[in-house]
Write a protein that binds this ligand. Structure first.
Ligand SMILES: *Cc1c(COP(=O)(O)O)cnc(C)c1O
Length: 374
């Protein structure tokens, strides 16, 4: 999508990295297993449409999102592949999903009964969610499974096309809980196969599970964070089972450069005071862009060197202590590579005591996304 940009701050999304990461996981999972590209939350902040397009060109066969709006956006953009919504869509809203051939997730008998009352423009495709230990959504017992299957058999306006579960600890050092969830899934599957003979697509693993336990994967994997080139956790990163390329980077340019005398202060609250003659640069990014105040004192890259943010981060602007004078217009990299150094998303996440997932998501839509790669 072309967009006129009037500001010196932008995020770059390297689509070649998306392709690279999908190739990496496809080489690791069984041949019969294919990739669902998870592009919820506007593609983890990278841009759902652009990422989805490249993911499908790279061999992904399905798209997945969290909410119906996200699925509709993808259909509007012209994607005609299967799209799965992970969350619960209210029964009153399922007609549009059926009309647009969007696959929904279900796990409640009452939900099916309500949907049964609605006249749908065409058959609604459904994936059934099993809660094997995540404790979020999904049916948990064989009794619930039987009730749902009985309900489904009575229903003509829906079609069961898939079954899935989600792992709570696939990225953690201890693997007992993961294997316990797998065993619960297998037990429910045995029960299911006694009640149902039509083919269904089975998928259990997210990035972490598919990277660490590829042999346990079924028809699909749900590939999210690692498609974007980030490791699900330090455990997965440390195991070095897969090489990933970070797609996201964040950049700005110096819009003002000045020298301050010793004892001068910078930004709200005058919390930073120079101890010598210091060069201070200003960039146009702030907490309204998702570059939150807690990032005060983190380093950025200029001329391939690390320099700290000083003083409080403002709504729209941030100051940096420079090692010398630089011209206005000099590029500043807040996330990503400059010459021989790189600030990984992980580094920013660690600084904030959070996980990589949160970082590109929190860079707000005010920051334009620029796409690079073929
Ligand atoms: C977000 C999500 C995924 C993707 O997980 P990653 O760790 O990003 O690979 C997979 N499945 C479900 C149900 C999700 O909500």
């Amino acid at each position: 999508m072309t967009q006129t940009i009037y500001r010196d701050t932008w995020a770059e999304v390297d689509l070649d990295a998306i392709e690279y990461n999908i190739n990496q996981i496809r080489a690791r999972i069984p041949q019969h297993c294919s990739v669902i590209a998870v592009v919820k939350a506007d593609g983890y902040g990278h841009g759902a449409v652009e990422v989805a397009e490249r993911a499908l060109q790279s061999g992904a066969e399905m798209l997945a999102v969290a909410i119906l709006e996200e699925a509709l956006t993808l259909r509007e953009a012209g994607f005609d592949v299967p799209i799965l919504v992970f969350g619960r869509v209210a029964p009153k809203d399922v007609a549009i999903a059926a009309e647009k051939d969007i696959t929904l997730t279900f796990f409640q008998k009452e939900w099916l009964q309500e949907v049964n009352q609605i006249s749908l423009p065409q058959t609604l495709k459904l994936h059934m969610k099993w809660d094997t230990g995540m404790g979020r959504i999904g049916l948990r017992t064989e009794k619930e499974l039987k009730e749902l299957i009985d309900e489904l058999k009575d229903q003509s306006n829906v079609q069961l096309t898939g079954i899935y579960t989600h792992f709570a600890t696939a990225d953690e050092p201890g693997t007992d809980y993961f294997h316990m969830q797998n065993e619960r899934f297998d037990r429910l599957m045995t029960a299911f196969e006694r009640m149902w003979t039509d083919p269904v697509a089975i998928h259990t693993g997210n990035s972490a599970a598919s990277i660490r336990f590829p042999e346990k994967m079924h028809h699909y994997i749900r590939f999210g964070i690692s498609m974007y080139g980030m490791y699900p956790s330090s455990t997965v990163k440390g195991e070095r089972n897969i090489d990933l390329k970070q797609s996201f980077s964040l950049h700005s340019r110096l819009i003002h450069v000045k020298q301050l005398a010793p004892g001068e202060s910078v930004s709200y609250g005058a919390t930073y005071t120079t101890s010598d003659y210091e060069w201070i640069g200003t960039i146009m990014i702030g907490y309204a862009d998702g570059w939150i105040r807690k990032l005060q004192d983190i380093e950025v890259l200029i001329d391939g060197k690390r320099m700290p943010i000083v003083g409080r981060i403002c709504m729209d602007q941030t100051m940096i202590r420079l090692d010398k004078e630089y011209p206005v217009g000099t590029e500043v990299t807040l996330i990503g590579r400059q010459q021989n150094d790189m600030i990984e998303v992980d580094e920013v996440a660690d600084y904030l005591n959070t996980i990589s997932y949160e970082i590109p998501c929190m860079i707000s839509s005010r920051v334009p996304r620029i796409y690079t790669g073929e």
